[in-house]
Write a protein that binds this ligand. Structure first.
Ligand code: F6R
Length: 261
């Protein structure tokens, strides 16, 4: 796992975006795993800058969202279908027909979840999965004790996740109780993972995921099983890391040929 500690949230967005951009530049048809929430916003903004500069294009790329709420209409402004359309598809110039979000409104949720995993496979698999992390260690909406082998499925959101996401809704009552999320097993099949975290509220989760024991109690620790995971955090989110100085040293001494920015 590569851990990159940067001074500011803006730098986190820039460097994580550089990683995504290098993949899309090499493979314009790349399949991108798309996270929602606050954490990846800096990535999406920096990618827009690179598109405007003519460095990259997502016109031929494909996208698969990580998760979706169950229990709110498709056109609700906070459905992840709406968020992905507003924050990602439009601004990054994806072809909307090449971007999918799990169908949280399906009458047969189990079937829809299996079909989502099958669609990812049929697209050739995800080249790079963008991830945030919850304060309780979740990735996607794989809440603590999610199996490392789990596939896309319905999950009950932890009360703390609903509280954290209440900021996007008028009240806590309006935050759905359930979601459909790519499983940890699904996420681990992506060729590369890029997790970003900013701010002190993520410090404990980042340390547990990166340096703690492999445990379904900390779903983010599944990254330790992946061959090519990059964790990009700001100083506040890095505060609880025991080997912070080593990660900074490693990044400073990274061989030129390995750099992607
Ligand atoms: C979003 C997702 C979640 C968020 C996590 C952090 O698609 O899957 O795992 O990444 O809840 O959320 P923010 O970034 O809003 O702090």
């Amino acid at each position: 796992m590569e851990i990159i500690i940067l001074p500011t949230p803006a730098e986190v967005g820039r460097v994580a975006a550089a990683k995504i951009a290098s993949i899309v530049a090499d493979k314009p048809t790349a399949v991108i795993g798309l996270a929602t929430g606050s954490s990846p916003q800096g990535i999406y903004q920096d990618l827009q800058r690179r598109i405007a500069a003519g460095e990259i294009s997502f016109a031929q790329a494909r996208g698969f969202a990580l998760d979706e709420y169950v229990g709110i209409p498709l056109d609700h402004p906070e459905s992840y279908a709406s968020v992905i359309a507003r924050d990602v598809v439009g601004p990054l110039g994806f072809d909307a027909s090449r971007v999918r979000v799990p169908d949280g409104r399906a009458t047969d949720i189990e079937f829809a979840a299996k079909e989502y995993d099958a669609a990812i496979r049929a697209a050739g698999g995800i080249d790079v999965q963008i991830l945030g992390i919850g304060a309780n260690g979740h990735i996607g909406f794989n809440e603590p004790t999610s199996s490392f082998a789990s596939r896309t499925r319905i999950k009950t959101l932890a009360p703390s996740t609903r509280e954290a996401n209440a900021r996007f809704f008028d009240s806590l009552d309006q935050v759905p109780t359930h979601c459909m999320t790519q499983g940890l097993g699904t996420i681990l099949e992506a060729r590369q993972l890029v997790l970003v975290a900013q701010g002190s509220t993520k410090a404990a989760a980042v340390a547990a995921a990166v340096e703690g024991p492999l445990s379904s109690f900390v779903p983010g620790s599944a990254l330790q099983l992946h061959q090519h995971a990059t964790v990009v955090v700001d100083e506040a989110a890095a505060a609880d890391l025991q080997l912070g100085d080593y990660y900074r040293y490693t990044y400073e001494h990274k061989p030129e040929w390995q750099r992607f920015e």
